[in-house]
Design a protein around this ligand. Structure first.
Ligand SMILES: NC(=O)c1ccc[n+]([C@@H]2O[C@H](COP(=O)([O-])OP(=O)(O)OC[C@H]3O[C@@H](n4cnc5c(N)ncnc54)[C@H](O)[C@@H]3O)[C@@H](O)[C@H]2O)c1
Length: 253
């Protein structure tokens, strides 16, 4: 049995999906027949990704959003709800500031950068969930992208790690509050994954972290997709408030 047994297309919203992991998630949902809305602060990038995927016969819409802006997330929720068969079935909260961050000791982190990270990485998923809540269909799924770095506590990255830890707390609260509607909310915590962003962050990205892993190879975006598809599927209907670490066994909870 596969983990993804849904029949019929769903409406799936993926934030921060102009490239990287978000685009990989968007393509995976689209390939299973879903109507996918790609939203990114890089509007041109989102539209380009959508047109490339659409050219391959998939149903993908690209649009702009700033997840830190309530009005922008409200517009996005309305657009997504009108893009498929009515309402939203799956929300993937993936947008974040990640590779462009300065790594510095906690005493030296720029206060404005701290606030910006919290706004995008933590307030963003809250605003997107809040905007989508009225148009979430029964049995809908929210999957929030956290990070395995929360479990290891990477030095010189206090703002990023704290924001992604906050995502896990938010996930648990949303699970409690949306559970009565049959909606599940879970987090996926990827280990260091080879996206374009990761390559720009670390020079030896191909070998980074491999020695700590149980599976001795780099993590590719496709390695993360299965966990996201599973948590968005009917098979995961009784799994909520959980965080699934996908890092090839680099650490154990
Ligand atoms: N790549 C990794 O190793 C790794 C590991 C753990 C977690 N993650 C998480 O996975 C997700 C994707 O990472 P990635 O490697 O693909 O990085 P990425 O930088 O390619 O993706 C982040 C996307 O978010 C968008 N974004 C930034 N601010 C935004 C805003 N205000 N509104 C809307 N969109 C905005 C960016 O334009 C970008 O397209 C992020 O949440 C990241 O924190 C990545």
């Amino acid at each position: 049995m596969t983990s993804d047994t849904t029949t019929g297309p769903r409406t799936v919203l993926v934030t921060g999906a102009a490239g990287g992991l978000g685009r990989t998630f968007a393509e995976a949902f689209a390939r299973r027949g879903d109507v996918v809305v790609i939203a990114d602060i890089d509007r041109a990038g989102a539209e380009r990704a959508a047109s490339e995927l659409s050219a391959g016969g998939l149903t993908v819409v690209g649009t702009g959003v700033d997840v830190t802006d309530a009005a922008s997330t409200a517009t996005l929720a309305a657009l997504a709800a009108a893009s498929g068969t009515g309402g939203i079935d799956v929300v993937i909260n993936n947008a974040a500031i990640y590779a462009t961050l300065t790594r510095s000791p906690f005493e030296d982190i720029d206060e404005a950068e701290w606030d910006r990270v919290m706004a995008v990485n933590l307030k963003g998923p809250w605003l997107v969930a809040r905007a989508c809540s009225p148009v979430l269909n029964g049995g809908a799924r929210i999957v929030n992208i956290s990070s395995a770095t929360v479990m290891s506590g990477s030095a010189q990255w206090a703002h990023y790690v704290a924001s992604k830890a906050g995502v896990i707390g938010l996930t648990r609260v949303l699970a409690k509050e949306l559970g009565p509607r049959g909606i599940t909310v879970n987090a996926v915590a990827p280990g260091f994954t080879l996206t374009e962003a990761s390559h720009s962050l670390i020079a030896d990205a191909e070998s980074y972290g491999i020695e700590r892993g149980s599976i001795k190879r780099p993590i590719q975006p496709d390695d993360i997709v299965g966990a996201v598809l599973f948590l968005a599927s009917p098979d995961a209907a009784f799994v909520t408030g959980q965080t699934l670490v996908v890092d090839g066994g680099r650490q154990f909870l």
